[in-house]
Ligand binder design. Structure first.
Ligand code: AGP
Length: 664
């Protein structure tokens, strides 16, 4: 059975996509002959590996939809469910504070057999019960659980508010509940077909109506949603693990599909609202493999999630097409207008993302940028204060040195911005503003999807600053935003399909290099300009999961020492994508080859000169040269992965390393 593919996999590669390259929330729905609640809670448990900060469940009980939501883990949700059950009848009715649909939920004796449930990884709106799903409309007729991003939620919300809808959350997802209720005329499938045409973005949702028992309706729009077929019962979920213990018969949905699930069967309409049949597969995975979406490791799954992760990170921030909008983050853009200098502080892979950001901000926004390793910055008595914007980059938001550097800067009067992947992390509490990556939980210790999302956020920030400062022509901005929006498709070409996809999700070209060099004891990486951070990142990836000694240098530095390291046994990885300094890099490649080294070049597709100068070429799709780093890193992630696998190492938990370094 095929592993998951991004919704962005190149044409022709989308067939048979069964595994899940997922966004970050978890959806589970059940309709059938058994009690829904235990099955839904068990399904949410199976999706816990995706990470979440709140959860909720809605059940159809005697013609009413009853719902309970809670912040925290599933135990908190179950406690809340149980707590109500222990309440006496009078106490329950006294629980006036609870919405009507909660108190009644637990009165119902009959075990409801239709329901939806959700685990939320917050992207829009803080972590709170009101922001947890399921969301519902003002009349409580429709409940819905959503995954992904509704890009046009702001204009939709504005119109719904003007029409008198009352919103109870700060999420983009709630607009779906209100829209469905307004389009509902007794047929939920028809309402969903209408609402689908009004939504923009990468999303999946499952809805239920109080007026139609034994019915769930789900939509897949470039965010995974899969059906589990049973005997007089049906499941629908973000990922196969949610129902794998109940059924192994999986039915795949394609982008744009709307599915109506009833106990006795499933009806599917495609993008044109025409009834279609979709293939069913018997899944032969065990539970752990299912959590990895069919990939051998979490790291490989996360490498393949990069297209979706970058898409979610940039989606609604580039909805205006001609410029970047960061306003929805509740970010006071005054933070930027008073900035005379930007200082980036980070560790490890996040440091490398910052290095890319430095090039982008200086190139596009013409703001001076310093980049520092956080553990160095905090002890070098830096000159920092008013007029400085210090940006702490940390996917976990918990790295001790980065937090300390941010605190130091703030104490000395600088403004502080955090770029992180985790809502509620310490970094979000130590900053004047936060920009979130939306990579979803990253389980592999070696950062992959969080890195490309950090780089994407740096690009967004640089373009926003350029717009505010008028340092780029509108046409240039438009072109760059357009190229930025294409990145998920380019990433998917490298990870999800077409002639780049290969055995185990690693391209044939990468496998060839790995097969040749996996036993070597040293690799040298080199790059120039915006390619240098990728050389550094590629070297870190290889050393941290394969334990091979690596070094990474500016290519212009080779003759100042490192070239002494090279002989016939030396593999040299060169990041040689299109850039104003490509000619120089090609000379550097000749230099190292003259010493007998073997050159493995990451190049832009069609770069004949690089292909001729290199012994091995790993090609990436063409895009603006400043955006190439997000693509160039992918073959290097895969190379490190493939070599570590060949060495029989545990790539998800490398020795001596932790996913988050909360100590100095
Ligand atoms: C990268 O693969 C490593 N996991 C490590 O260098 C990591 O990037 C570093 O510890 C910083 O973590 P942070 O982004 O959570 O702050």
């Amino acid at each position: 059975m095929e592993r998951g593919r991004s919704a962005y996999a190149s044409a022709g590669g989308l067939e048979g996509r069964v595994g899940i390259v997922a966004a970050m929330c978890g959806i589970v729905g059940y309709v059938g002959r058994r009690a829904a609640r235990p099955l839904l809670l068990a399904g949410l448990k199976r999706l816990e590996y995706r990470g979440y900060d709140s959860a909720g469940i809605s059940l159809l009980c005697d013609g009413r939809i009853e719902s309970v939501r809670s912040v925290g883990n599933l135990a908190a949700l179950e406690q809340k469910l149980a707590a109500h059950e222990l309440l006496s009848e009078t106490q329950r009715t006294e629980e006036a504070a609870q919405p009507a649909h909660t108190a009644a939920l637990l009165r119902s004796a009959a075990a409801p057999s239709t329901g939806i449930a959700h685990t939320r990884w917050a992207t829009h709106g803080r972590v709170s019960e009101q922001n947890a799903h399921p969301h519902f409309d003002c009349t409580d007729r429709v409940h819905v659980v959503v995954n992904g991003i509704i890009e046009n939620h702001l204009p939709l919300k504005r119109d719904l508010l003007a029409a008198g809808c009352e919103f109870t959350s700060q999420t983009d997802a709630e607009v779906v509940a209100h829209l469905l209720a307004r389009r509902y005329e007794g047929d939920l499938m028809q309402a969903v077909l209408r609402v689908r045409s009004e939504l923009a973005g990468l999303y999946a949702f499952v809805a239920m109506s109080a007026q139609e028992r034994d019915l769930l309706v789900g939509v897949r729009s470039e965010t995974p949603l899969v059906i589990g077929r049973g005997e007089n019962e049906q499941f629908i979920a973000s990922a196969v693990p949610a129902f794998l213990s109940e059924t192994r018969l999986v039915q795949e949905l394609e982008d744009g599909d709307v599915a109506a699930l009833r106990p006795d069967g499933v009806e599917i309409c495609d993008l044109r609202s025409v009834k279609v049949r979709r293939r069913k597969h018997v899944v032969d995975w065990d539970e752990e493999t299912a959590e990895k979406g069919g990939f051998a490791t979490f790291m490989l799954k996360e490498i393949h999630e990069q297209a979706d992760a970058v898409a979610e990170t940039i989606a609604d921030r580039t909805a205006l097409r001609s410029e970047v909008s960061l306003a929805e983050e509740g970010l006071d853009e005054a933070l930027f207008s008073e900035t005379r200098r930007i200082i980036l502080v980070a560790c490890g892979t996040s440091y490398h993302a910052g290095l890319v950001g430095r090039y982008a901000i200086e190139q596009w926004a013409r703001v001076p940028v310093e980049m520092d390793i956080a553990s160095e910055y905090r002890y070098r008595n830096p000159v920092v204060g008013e007029g400085d914007l210090v940006i702490g980059i940390s996917q976990s938001g918990e790295t001790a040195d980065t937090l300390a550097a941010m605190r130091l800067a703030r104490r000395q009067g600088a403004k502080v911005l955090a770029i992180t992947n985790v809502m509620g992390s310490q970094a979000t509490r130590e900053a004047d503003g936060v920009l979130f990556t939306r990579a979803g939980l990253e389980i592999g210790v070696a950062a992959t999807k969080t890195f490309v999302c950090e780089v994407a956020v740096m690009y967004l920030l640089a373009l926003r600053l350029a717009k505010m400062r008028g340092s780029l022509e509108d046409e240039q901005l438009r072109t760059l935003v357009s190229e930025l929006k294409q990145l998920p498709h380019h990433i998917a070409e490298l990870t999800g399909g077409g002639d780049h996809g290969g055995r185990g999700g690693v391209s044939a070209a990468v496998q060839e290099v790995a097969a040749r060099f996996w036993r070597r004891s040293f690799f040298l990486y080199m790059g120039r300009n915006i390619g240098l951070p990728i050389a550094l990142e590629g070297a870190l990836k290889l050393k941290e999961i394969s334990y091979i000694a690596t070094d990474a240098y500016p290519a212009g530095e080779m003759k100042h020492g490192p070239i002494a390291l090279l002989d016939e046994s030396s593999p040299v990885v060169c990041v040689a994508t299109e850039s104003p300094v490509l000619e120089k890099l090609i000379s550097n490649m000749e230099e190292v080859k003259a010493r007998g080294a073997t050159v493995i070049a990451v190049m832009t597709e069609g770069s004949e000169q690089v292909a001729q100068a290199a012994d091995f070429a790993l090609a990436v799709p063409r895009t603006d040269w400043m955006l190439q780093p997000i693509l160039a890193v992918i073959p290097l992630q895969m190379l490190a992965y493939e070599i570590a696998q060949r060495r029989g190492l545990n790539v998800d938990q490398p020795r001596n390393l932790a996913k988050t370094v909360t100590v100095e």
